[in-house]
Design a protein around this ligand. Structure first.
Ligand SMILES: NC(=O)c1ccc[n+]([C@@H]2O[C@H](COP(=O)([O-])OP(=O)(O)OC[C@H]3O[C@@H](n4cnc5c(N)ncnc54)[C@H](OP(=O)(O)O)[C@@H]3O)[C@@H](O)[C@H]2O)c1
Length: 348
């Protein structure tokens, strides 16, 4: 077969604030690949079907020579970005994968990728995927993928829910937040949830959250004063809201520090009321999902069947074609995504 297009999305320059499509993140369709003859060196050739767009990608868009402490390495300039994907094996020289297998892992953002499974599996970033017939592939980068795992791992590890607890969840309409809302409700707790648009508020209400508000039109501090104090704070945003949560925490409340969305593009603001950590004896957990992968077997046993039965709900913001990814990245960093941001790269 003649070589085919192998479009990719490249990290082109370092953003100071928001990553702009066509400037910092670029779609490039100039490359081709010979699917029959590209050397695999014991690896597998994967056709990428679904590419995930997640907030943490912004952390990777820094100076590649930056040696400061971070949970993730910077992208290399003029190279494809990389993230969680679902793909299908086109050719395999690995005994562990065969043609037609679905796979999940952190892959280079290209239409076709050669993966060395020895390296990828050692870093626990590449696996064969058992696809449930009632679950769309896109969900395997959302509720049944890394964001779902984040909610599930963090809740199991740190929440320790007690009868009567009040939980506050931010970015509650996103894949992590909406999953946490459902876990908290399943534990019988009162859930206060914030999000940034009326449509998102409606979705979070449909999940059973008790108090849902649009933080752009309501006053977060007033809501927490009225509905708190809070025993568990699932923090996806940091900044000003974290300050309000500290001021409205119950004694010995748990703060699960999952993300700092408010600071990724514009810099991390100073946090008010930090003395309350001491005054109220708070437990503050800095949480990175990849440190808790021992929950993965339980996650894959429990969650996909629940999703298939409609017992765990999700909302997706799907775009078709890798050329839409740079714009989708920008939108997500601005907070404009309506659900889990996903790119369908190709049909199975
Ligand atoms: N610790 C871990 O291992 C781990 C793993 C995955 C994700 N996370 C974190 O979990 C959080 C949620 O992730 P997700 O995948 O579920 O994301 P998401 O909800 O799909 O997208 C991010 C959302 O953040 C909200 N947001 C709040 N303040 C914002 C601001 N100042 N600027 C832009 N957006 C703002 C927006 O929703 P609203 O309209 O509701 O404001 C936006 O839609 C993020 O902080 C992410 O980094 C952590």
């Amino acid at each position: 077969m003649a070589p085919v297009r192998n479009a990719r999305v490249v990290y082109a320059s370092i953003p100071e604030h928001f990553p702009e499509p066509g400037k910092h993140i670029i779609y490039d369709d100039s490359q081709t690949i010979d699917l029959d003859n590209v050397p695999l060196n014991g690896g597998v050739l994967v056709k990428v079907l679904v590419f995930s767009n997640d907030p943490y990608l912004r952390e990777r868009m820094r100076d590649p020579s930056d040696t400061s402490v971070s949970f993730v390495a910077p992208f290399q300039l003029n190279e494809p970005i990389e993230n969680y994907s679902v793909g299908r094996v086109v050719r395999s020289e690995s005994p562990e994968f065969k043609k037609g297998d679905y796979v999940y892992g952190a892959l280079k953002c290209q239409e076709y990728v050669v993966v060395d499974p020895k390296v990828a599996m050692r870093t626990k970033q590449f696996m064969r995927l058992e696809v449930h017939p009632d679950i769309p592939l896109s969900v395997y980068v959302g509720a049944c993928g890394m964001p779902g795992q984040t909610a599930y791992f963090g809740w199991r590890e740190f929440a320790d829910p007690q009868p009567g607890d009040v939980v506050f969840v931010t970015t509650a309409a996103g894949p992590v937040g909406s999953f946490v809302v459902q876990l908290a409700k399943a534990s019988g707790l009162k859930v206060i949830a914030s999000t940034g648009s009326e449509k998102k508020v409606e979705f979070v209400r449909s999940l059973g959250a008790d108090v849902v508000f649009n933080y752009k039109t309501a006053n977060t501090e007033d809501v927490l004063k009225k509905e708190g104090p809070i025993n568990i704070f699932w923090d996806n945003v940091g900044g000003e809201v974290l300050g309000y949560a500290l001021a409205n925490a119950a004694s010995r409340a748990k703060f699960i520090e999952c993300g700092q969305m408010s600071g990724y593009n514009t810099g991390y603001p100073a946090i008010r009321n930090v003395e309350q950590i001491f005054v109220r004896g708070l437990k503050v957990y800095g949480f990175l999902a990849y440190n808790h992968t021992y929950y993965k077997p339980d996650f894959y046993r429990e969650i996909p069947p629940k999703v298939a039965r409609g017992e765990i709900k999700y909302r997706e913001d799907i775009k078709h074609g890798l050329d839409k990814l740079p714009e989708a990245i920008f939108e997500l960093q601005k907070g404009e995504n309506e659900g889990k941001s996903v790119i369908i790269v190709a049909e199975a």
